[in-house]
Each structure stands twice: as C-alpha cells, then as structure tokens.
Design a protein around this ligand. Structure first.
Ligand SMILES: Nc1nc2c(ncn2[C@@H]2O[C@H](COP(=O)(O)OP(=O)(O)OP(=O)(O)O)[C@@H](O)[C@H]2O)c(=O)[nH]1
Ligand SMILES: [Mg+2]
Length: 306
C-alpha cells in the first residue's frame, strides 16, 4: 500500500522512529527490568504519544512481556496491538465522504501549519474524482495568502473566489457558497487566516465565517478541518482544544508528518481530543496528502512483520 510509504522510508533511514528507538533499547539491554521499562517509557513520551498513553502502554508491557525469550518480538506485538486500538482500529478511518452538494469544508488552524497547502492537495483529490471544486480565499489578512491560494487553484484546476485584501472573510465565504449553489460546484474549500489562537479576534472571526456559511446554506459547513503541524508535537493539542470550542472541529489534517520521526502525536490526538485524524500531509506536492488509516499507520511505525 502506498499509504505512509514516504514516511516509513524516512524512518527506516534514520532509525529515529518510535520502533527504531525501542528496538535499539531492547538490543542494548535484552533483559526485562525496571530500568529498561523506564527507558521505553521515555522513548514513548518523546515520540509525542502523550504521558498517560505511554504509561498505559508500559503497564501493558510490564504485565505481558516474558521474563526471557524474544523480548523484541513480544514488545512489538503488544505495542502494535495496543497502538492500533488507541488510534481507532475498526473506525471508518480517514478521507472524506461528500454528504452534500455543494459540500462545504471550512479549513482552520494557526499560522503556517499547512492550511493553504492542504486545501490545494484536497482540491486536487476532489478534482480527480470529477468534482467541481471552488476555493474561497477567506484569508484576507495577507495579500500573499490570496495569491498563494490562487496558485494552488491553478495547479489543482479548481476555481477561486476572492476579494481584495482586508475584505471581510465571512463575506468571501458567503460569496463562495452562493457561487457554488448557483453555478453547480460540488465542493467548496474555505481557506482562513491563521494568526495566533491566543488572539481572541481570530476565534470570533472564525465563528462569524461559520455562522455566515450556515445562514447561506443550512447544514453547512459540513466539515471543519483543523490543520495541525506534526512537528510541533503536544502543542497541537492545545490549539485543537481552542478551535474545537470555537467552531467544532470535525476532523484533523495532520500536515508535515514527513518532517518528524515522532509520529506519536496521532495517538495523543485520538485519545485526548476524540477528534479523528482524517488526512495526513507527507510533503509539499499535490499528491502528498493521504487519507489516514490506523492499520497502515501502525505498520509504518513497526515495519511489516511479514
Ligand atoms: N514537508 C511538508 N511541508 C508542508 C506540508 N504541508 C505544508 N507544508 C509547508 O509548510 C509551509 C506553510 O504552509 P501553508 O500551507 O502556507 O500554511 P498555512 O497554514 O496556510 O499558513 P498561513 O496562511 O500563514 O497561516 C509551506 O512552506 C508548505 O510548503 C507537508 O505535509 N509536508
Ligand atoms: Mg495560508
């Protein structure tokens, strides 16, 4: 499966991935004792898996690992099984189903997490499914933001709705939904500004955009996707809580997973926020966005046991 291959290749090379580091620790101390368990716990915490999750995984290993025998294989089995459960085995998984016409997706997140890039990649995917895609440049805070989205629109062969810089973002979003309804677009992706979440006015602005979209089309936006930067680790959880409260996040796009070996943040997000990771960003290209799938995520960490 192509999913996560890029990330996996990076991890193999560096041996910095979660399993790479655990297996190194097991090799250097092949006897199960408290010192080894502590070291494993430390590695898990450093991988962004979250302290509570690390503790519960170690508890599981303490109870189930054999005193002697193949510690490495037994560890791998336990961790794979538990992490798969933690990220939501059996769930419908990532990606997206289009539930309305037009299907309106509001994309939010702090500065530089990868919102505009992810929108470009999503537009490309929807376009390949033969859907007519409209991008809304509701980040009117910076002139360059509109230009950047415009470039993605060209690359992804999508249409763009824009106003001048400094225009009311909610008005851009409104125009986009209006245009989609009257001109037969199937998907609307709304790009928003990402100034720091500590500024209350960003949250107020997003709430207004959300409200205005819903007023134009009842039930919209059908998705609110929060873009998190995988390299910022646990920080992302606090961001997610703020956005969740303001606009009700329905899914996460985890961007820049290719930029980190500490992929444990996926586990934290799932367990601590209860919000599904729907898409994963693995690079800067049009095709570098994959639907999240718990099974291949776990395999990319632990390698293929076959
Ligand atoms: N390696 C890698 N880079 C990414 C990924 N997604 C986005 N980027 C890069 O991250 C940087 C910021 O991306 P943007 O899409 O502009 O982020 P944004 O959230 O729209 O930023 P603002 O509009 O300033 O808030 C760009 O240089 C992107 O190329 C990814 O999945 N992997
Ligand atoms: Mg942007």
């Amino acid at each position: 499966m192509k999913l996560f291959q890029k990330w996996q290749a990076g991890l193999k090379k560096t041996q910095e991935g979660i399993w790479g580091r655990i297996s190194q620790a097991l090799h250097s101390k092949p006897k199960l004792d408290e010192e080894l368990l502590e070291e494993l716990e430390e590695i898990l915490i450093q991988s962004d898996i979250g302290a509570a999750n690390a503790l519960s995984l170690i508890g599981e290993m303490r109870g189930r690992l054999p005193a002697d025998g193949d510690l490495e294989e037994a560890s791998r089995r336990i961790l794979m099984e538990r992490i798969r459960q933690l990220v939501g085995e059996g769930e419908t998984g990532g990606g997206m189903t289009v539930t309305a016409d037009p299907h309106v997706i509001l994309v939010v997140g702090v500065n530089g997490t990868g919102k505009t890039t992810s929108i470009g990649k999503l537009a490309y995917r929807f376009g390949r499914e033969n859907r007519k895609v409209l991008l809304a440049a509701a980040d009117t805070f910076r002139a360059a933001a509109v230009e950047q989205l415009g470039e993605w629109a060209v690359r992804a062969k999508a249409d763009l709705i824009r106003q001048s810089m400094g225009a009311d973002p909610a008005s851009v979003a409104h125009d986009a939904v209006e245009a989609a309804m009257t001109r037969g677009f199937n998907v609307v992706l709304v790009d928003t500004a990402g100034r720091l979440h500590s500024k209350v006015n960003l949250m107020e602005e997003l709430k207004k955009i959300h409200r205005v979209i819903g007023r134009r089309m009842p039930g919209a936006p059908h998705e609110v996707l929060l873009v998190l930067d995988a390299t910022t680790g646990q920080n992302g959880l606090n961001q997610a809580r703020v956005f969740q409260q303001a606009v009700g996040v329905t899914g996460i796009i985890l961007a820049k997973l290719d930029g980190t070996a500490r992929g444990g943040i996926v586990v934290s997000i799932r367990r601590e926020l209860g919000i599904p990771v729907k898409w994963v960003g693995l690079g800067e290209g049009l095709e570098d966005l994959v639907p999240f799938d718990p099974g291949s995520y776990v395999e990319s960490i632990f390698g293929n046991p076959g």
